[in-house]
Design a protein around this ligand. Sequence first.
Ligand code: ZN
Length: 327
Amino acid sequence: MITPFWTNIRYHGAVYLHSVDLWLDPRASREWAFVSHAHSDHVAAHQEAVLSPGTARLLAARDVMPRAAAVLPFGETRTVRGVACTLYPAGHILGSAQLLATVNGRSLLYSGDCKLRPNLVAEAIVIPRAEVLIMETTFGHRRYAFPPQEAVIAEMRAWVAAALADGATPVLMGYSLGKGQEILAALDGCGHEILLHASLYEMTRIAEELGATFPPYDRWAPGRGAGGVVLCPPHLRKWIRGKLPPHRAAIVSGWAFDPRARYRYGADAAFCLSDHADYQDLLTYVERVGPRRVYTVHGYAGAFAGDLRRLGYDAHALDQADQLELF
Ligand SMILES: [Zn+2]
C-alpha cells in the first residue's frame, strides 16, 4: 500500500506536489520550486528555488535567478520548508539534477530530464532508490532505440572530414546549452578549427568554469568559417547560412532518430545524439529506482505508463493534456 503522503500530485502545466506546496520545473514564476536544469523551458524567476550549483551559475548567466536559492551540491541533504532535499546528477546537461524529496521517511524522486548513457560534458547520472517516482518520458515510445553513441560520433566526424575535403564548411546545429558542448567535446582531437556562434560560445565558457574541458575553439563571426567547422543553435540556421562560405549543415539531436528530421531542420544530414534517455534506458531507470508507484510526464507519458503497468508497476501519466497536443 502506497503512503498517502505523496499521492496528492497534480499537473497544471508542471508537476505540483500539493502535500508540500512544491512545484517541479514550473514555467511560470512560483513561490517555491525545484529547478532541475537551466534549459529555458524549465526556468522562471521564482521566489525561492532548490537547485544545483551548476544550474545556479547558468541561471545567473541567463538572468533568471530566484529571489532566494537553496543551492545544494550533489549528494548533500538539506531540509527546506520541512522537506529533506537531496540532489543527484541527471546526466542531461551540466548541473542537471534529480530531486529526492523525503518527508517522515517517505521518499519521492523526480527525474527532471535525464540521460543514462555517458554524457560527454555533464556529470554522470547517479540513480537513487525511492518509493514514488515522477519521471520524464520524452522518448518513452518503444520505437526509440538510439544507436550506440560511439558509432554516431564516428559518423559525424567522418561527415565533417568529408565536407572539408570537398571544400565545404560543415555546420553542426545543436542547442547552445548542452548539445552544443557535447558536439564540441565529440570533435576532440579532430584537428580542425572549430568556431562557435556567440550564444554557444558564452555557454561553453561557463561550462569550462564549471569544470568541463574542450578542444580549442574560437568565436565565430560573419565571414569566418572557411576551412573550419561551425557550431550554431538550430533556430539560427537561416540567419547564419546567409553569412557563411559554401557549407553543409547537419542537425544533432535525439529527434534525428526520425529519418525525416533533417528536412524539418533544413539540414543536409542528421545525427542521433540525444541528451535524453531512450525507451530501454527509461525502463532501466525505473528498475534501478525500484518505486512502488510511478508518474510519467512529457512526450509519450501515456504509452510509457501503459507499458509499465503491463510490467506490473503501479504507473500513471500525469500530463494527458500535453499528449493530446502531441498526437
Ligand atoms: Zn532539458
